[in-house]
Write a protein that binds this ligand. Structure first.
Ligand SMILES: Cc1ncc(COP(=O)(O)O)c(C=O)c1O
Length: 365
C-alpha cells in the first residue's frame, strides 16, 4: 500500500530504521547528557520513593483522578527552584508542546515560532486558528520586524533554550523584545534544563532572568534527567487555562509516576553533586574546543557533512571504532549533519581521540 512512498524514501537515503545497539558502544548519540540512564542507585531511589505511596500508576487523566501526590510534590519543587507561580506535569515534551501551542493561541492572536522550533511545536501550529509566522533562526531583528508588522490581540513567541539540532543557545535579546511588548514567550528547555546555568536549571538561570507573567518554561524529563515526561511552568492563569483547554493534558493519562519519581531524584542528585557535574561538563567542553576550536553552548556538537549518504557512512565508520553518533537527515534538518553528544561521563582521552579521527574522516570525504 505504501510501496511507492517507501521506495522514494530509500532512493534519497532518507529511509529510517529502529535498531538496538550493542551496550559495548560508547554512546555519543543520546540526550542523556549527564549519564543518568545507567545510574542504578538513582533507579533504586526513584523506585523506593514510589513504593511509599499506595498507588504507583497514573490510572487516569489528571483531570479525573490521575493527579498523584508525587506529581503535585514535583510541580511544587519545580516552581520553588525555578521561580514560577505554578506548574503542571505532562506526559512528554511532544505532548507539552502540543498542549501549549494548540491551546494558547486563539482567534486574532499571532503565533511566531523560530524556524528551527521542534517538530512537535510546528505540528501543533497547524492546528490553531491564529495567524502563524516563522522567524529566522534566533534572529531578534526578524522577530521584531514581524511583531511590528502584524496586528494581533495577543502574540505568542516560541523558542528553545538550546536548539536541539543546531546546539546553539537562545539569543538573550528575544527575552528583552518579549518583555518590552509583554508578549507571551514559550521557552522549550528540552536541551538546556540540566545543562545550563549555575544550578543547571536552564536558560532562564543562565541569563539571570527572573520569570515574569509573560514567561512560560517547558522542560522535558527525557534528556538530561534520564527519565520520560515533561512539565510546564508559568503564572497561575496560564496553567489554569491549560488544564481547562489543553487537549493533550485533559484527554491523556497522567504522566508515569515512576518516571516523575526518577526525574525528581535526578534533580536532587544534581543539587547534591552540582560542583562535580559542572567540572565534568567543563572538561568535556574543553576537549571539544581543543579539537574543533568551537565552544559548545550546551552539550550538543553539530558537525556539517557533505550529504545524507556521507552522514550514514560516518556513522557506520564511528560504529566500527566503537562509538555511536547521530546521523541526522532531512526532514529533521534541512541538510544532513552529524549530531554528537559528548555525555559528561565519557572519558576525556577516549573522546578526544575519537573526535580527532572523526574530524579527519569527515574532512577526507
Ligand atoms: C526541543 C525539543 N522539544 C521537545 C521534544 C519532545 O520531547 P519528548 O521527547 O519528551 O517528547 C524534543 C525531543 O524529542 C526536543 O528536542
Amino acid at each position: 500500500m505504501y510501496e511507492k512512498e517507501l521506495k522514494a524514501i530509500k532512493k534519497v537515503n532518507l529511509y529510517r530504521e529502529r535498531e538496538i545497539f550493542s551496550d559495548d558502544l560508547i554512546d555519543l548519540a543520546s540526550n542523556d547528557y549527564l549519564g543518568f540512564s545507567e545510574d542504578k542507585e538513582l533507579f533504586k531511589s526513584a523506585y523506593e520513593k514510589v513504593l511509599t505511596y499506595n498507588s504507583h500508576s497514573p490510572k487516569a487523566s489528571q483531570l479525573v483522578n490521575g493527579y498523584h501526590p508525587l506529581h503535585k510534590e514535583f510541580e511544587e519543587y519545580l516552581c520553588r527552584t525555578n521561580g514560577f507561580e505554578k506548574g503542571i506535569v505532562v506526559g512528554s515534551g511532544f505532548l507539552a508542546n502540543l498542549s501549549l501551542i494548540e491551546a494558547l493561541p486563539r482567534k486574532k492572536d499571532l503565533l511566531v515560532l523560530d524556524e528551527f522550533y521542534h517538530a512537535s511545536g510546528i505540528l501543533a501550529s497547524k492546528l490553531v486558528d491564529a495567524e502563524v509566522v516563522l522567524f529566522r533562526h534566533n534572529d531578534p531583528l526578524h522577530l521584531k520586524e514581524i511583531l511590528n508588522t502584524y496586528e494581533f490581540n495577543r502574540a505568542i513567541v516560541c523558542v528553545e533554550g538550546i536548539y536541539s539540532m543546531e546546539g546553539d543557545i537562545l539569543n538573550r535579546e528575544i527575552f528583552d523584545i518579549c518583555n518590552e511588548k509583554n508578549i507571551l514567550l514559550i521557552v522549550d528547555e528540552a536541551h538546556s534544563a540540566g545543562v545550563l546555568g549555575d544550578n543547571l536549571l536552564g536558560v532562564f538561570e543562565y541569563y539571570n532572568i527572573t520569570p515574569k507573567s509573560n514567561h512560560i518554561k517547558m522542560g522535558t524529563l527525557g534528556k538530561a534527567y534520564g527519565s520520560y515526561g515533561a512539565y510546564i511552568l508559568a503564572n497561575f492563569e496560564i496553567i489554569d487555562f491549560l488544564q481547562n483547554r489543553a487537549k493533550a493534558i485533559i484527554y491523556a493519562t497522567a504522566p508515569s509516576v515512576f518516571d516523575i519519581s526518577f526525574a525528581f531524584c535526578a534533580m536532587k542528585k544534581i543539587e547534591r553533586e552540582l560542583e562535580s557535574i559542572k567540572i565534568k561538563k567543563e572538561k568535556i567542553s574543553l576537549v571539544v574546543k581543543d579539537v574543533f576550536g568551537v565552544k559548545m553552548d550546551g552539550l550538543i556538537l553539530k558537525l556539517d557533512v557533505k550529504s545524507s549518504h556521507n552522514a550514514l557512512l560516518l556513522k557506520e565508520e564511528a560504529k566500527k571504532r566503537g562509538f555511536l553518533i547521530g546521523a541526522i537527515r532531512p526532514p529533521t534538518v534541512k541538510k544532513a549533519i552529524l549530531r554528537v553528544i559528548p555525555r559528561i561521563c565519557t572519558p576525556t582521552l577516549v573522546l578526544e581521540k575519537f573526535l580527532l579521527e572523526l574530524n579527519d574522516e569527515n574532512n577526507r570525504q
